[in-house]
Each structure stands twice: as C-alpha cells, then as structure tokens.
Write a protein that binds this ligand. Structure first.
Ligand SMILES: CC(C)(COP(=O)(O)OP(=O)(O)OC[C@H]1O[C@@H](n2cnc3c(N)ncnc32)[C@H](O)[C@@H]1OP(=O)(O)O)[C@@H](O)C(=O)NCCC(=O)NCCS
Length: 299
C-alpha cells in the first residue's frame, strides 16, 4: 500500500475510512448507485466484484459514502469504473482520495475508463486523456428494420463455452488487451451469437440482464454489416422491452440500425486513457473493432 495516501479523510463533519469493496453489503452498494441515478441491481454489483477490485469510503457509523473499482485484464492493463460519491458528500475530495488509492494499486498498468461529465476534470488531473465519445443508447425495442440476408457460406449461431477461444482471439485486438476472465464470466451470464465463416469467427455479440432491462454488449465485428447480423437476434427477442447498447459510433449503418430498433441516445461518456497503449483497437479496413461495450466500467 502507498503510505503517502492518508488512511482517513475528514469530509464535512465525518472522518471517513476505506474498506475493501468485497466486504460490504450488496444492498448498500446498490443504494449508493441509486443515489446518483445509476440503474445497477445487486447482481450487477456482484458481477463487478466477481471480476474486479475496489474500495469504498465508510463514515464513522459504517455507511458507504463513496466507491471505486478497477478491473484487471492481464497484468499490464486495467479498466476503471464505479466511481461514485453520495450526493450529500460530493465536492469534499472523496473521489480524489479513492482514485489515489486505486491508482496506487494498479501502478504500472495502462488504464482506460469511460468518464461522465462530472468526473472528467478529476481524471484529467490524474493525467487521463480524452478519446472517443461513447453513446449510451436505450429504450423500448421495436422490430428491427429489414437487412440483407446473411452471405452464402456464413453461419450465424448461438455460442457456448466451446467457442471461448475463438471469441478471445477475435476480441483481443479489438479490446486492446486479452480479457479472458471477463469474457468467460460474461459468456456464463449472457446469450451469445457468433457469425462464422467455416471455423473462423467473424463477429460476436452478448446480451445479459442489467439495470432496467437487458444490455447488448460486448459487440465485436469487422464491419457494420456483421455487427448488425450478430445484434439483430437479441433485438428480435426483446421487442417491447427495455434494451441498452453503449455504442462507440454515432453514425454509420450500425448506429442507424440501433436507433431504428428503438434505442436512442440517452447520454454520453468519454473514453479516457493514461497512454496510447490503453486505446481500443481501431479499424484499418478489416480488423475487428468494439462496436458495443460490455459496460461503461468494464469497457
Ligand atoms: C464524479 C464524482 C464521483 C466526483 O466525486 P466527488 O467526491 O464529489 O469528487 P471530489 O470532491 O474528489 O472532486 C474531485 C474533482 O472533481 C471536481 N468535481 C467534482 N464534482 C464535479 C462536478 N459535478 N462537475 C465538475 N467537476 C466536479 C472537483 O472540483 C474536484 O476537482 P478539484 O480538486 O480540481 O477541485 C461525483 O460527482 C459522482 O458520484 N457523480 C455521479 C456518478 C459519476 O458520474 N461517477 C463518475 C463515473 S466515471
């Protein structure tokens, strides 16, 4: 532990101390995220704890006042998220204090996160640089528009655990790091589709319960047409119910398809990185890219 970071923080009239996020009640974490209008259910917090680490700030009577988490992907890269300070205690330095703790824990790693407007200045002060905007699209799904038939020779099918190595191989250059543990955990709790050309996976997508309904993500493909093919079955299965996709593109055939399927832009966040090495893979005409995020925290 970095001994220069104070072990306690005076906030308002309280003295706050940190605790491991693994040791607190899920219901308390859920209450914290509800206090800032986030939709996470207890199982969504549990999923985050299954694949990540973090701290909470506790006041003198054990109430959670703030949280932050980080998610390792191999030993050189991490994503950040779940940074929340309860509204009554905001602007007292709690988030900065927790960030110092968590950055000390992941020193030496390249880090990527998706920042809300409120948090941007804080992250800039820690050296994070803004990249692409993420479009949080959500709404009641409607029947998706008609699209071209799947090309001859390609197969769209449900994926299962036996497909994990193909998913990892496709995902790693797109995500920018291997996220094996996350993909296995996501696959366990998701319905997944993949587009195969023989035994080569061209695109995949996952859908799981999250927040107010279901989220479709990750979505990884090399072109908009393939991203549409693997996303369409999820939408068809959820017409009339709440769906969300965190999109990395606001324009193009895939973004139009998402909008026409009932999900419009609800909010935006900004991807920020500590170094270029923490960037998502970008398309150079044929490489797979991330179209939809697993979540804003996981990336
Ligand atoms: C973003 C958030 C975590 C900041 O928590 P906090 O405990 O109030 O932050 P701190 O008091 O440590 O302040 C850190 C810096 O952010 C700035 N800041 C805090 N709230 C801000 C806001 N609403 N708008 C702009 N800047 C803000 C502070 O001025 C401070 O900068 P300074 O040290 O240069 O003055 C809190 O507003 C929050 O929970 N928001 C809702 C959830 C959210 O957006 N989380 C971020 C996810 S990426």
């Amino acid at each position: 532990m970095n001994t220069k970071i104070p072990q306690t923080l005076h906030v308002d009239a309280f003295e706050m101390r940190t605790a491991d996020i693994a040791d607190v009640e899920l219901s308390q974490l859920q209450a914290l995220s509800i206090s800032v209008g986030w939709p996470h259910r207890a199982p969504d917090w549990q999923h985050a704890r299954d694949v990540g680490h973090g701290f909470v700030a506790l006041d003198e009577i054990g109430r959670i006042s703030a949280s932050t988490m980080w998610f390792p992907h191999g030993d050189q890269f991490a994503t950040f998220g779940m940074l929340i300070t309860a509204p009554r205690l905001q602007a007292n330095g709690a988030a900065r204090w927790l960030m110092e703790r968590v950055l000390a824990d992941c020193s030496g790693r390249h880090i990527r996160l998706n920042s809300t407007r409120e948090a941007r200045r804080l992250y800039v002060s820690f050296g994070f640089r803004p990249q692409r905007t993420i479009f949080q699209c959500q709404g009641e799904a409607v029947a998706p528009p008609a699209t071209a038939a799947i090309a001859d020779g390609l197969t769209l099918r449900r994926l299962d655990r036996a497909d994990i190595e193909a998913v990892i191989a496709l995902d790693t250059p797109a995500f920018g790091a291997e996220r094996r543990v996350h993909l296995i955990r996501l696959l366990e709790s998701s319905i997944c589709y993949g587009l195969y050309d023989g035994d080569r996976l061209l695109a995949y997508s996952m859908r799981r319960r999250f927040g107010r309904g279901h989220v479709i993500g990750p979505i990884v493909a090399s072109c908009d047409a393939d991203a549409i093919v693997v996303t369409r079955p999820h939408i068809v299965a959820h017409v009339g119910s709440f769906l969300r996709i965190d999109l990395r593109f606001e324009t193009g055939d895939f973004a139009n398809f998402v909008q026409q399927s009932g999900m419009s832009v609800y909010d935006t966040v900004k991807t920020m990185v500590t170094s270029e090495a923490a960037s998502y893979g970008e398309s150079d005409g044929g490489r797979p890219i991330v179209y939809g995020l697993a979540s804003q925290s996981f990336g």
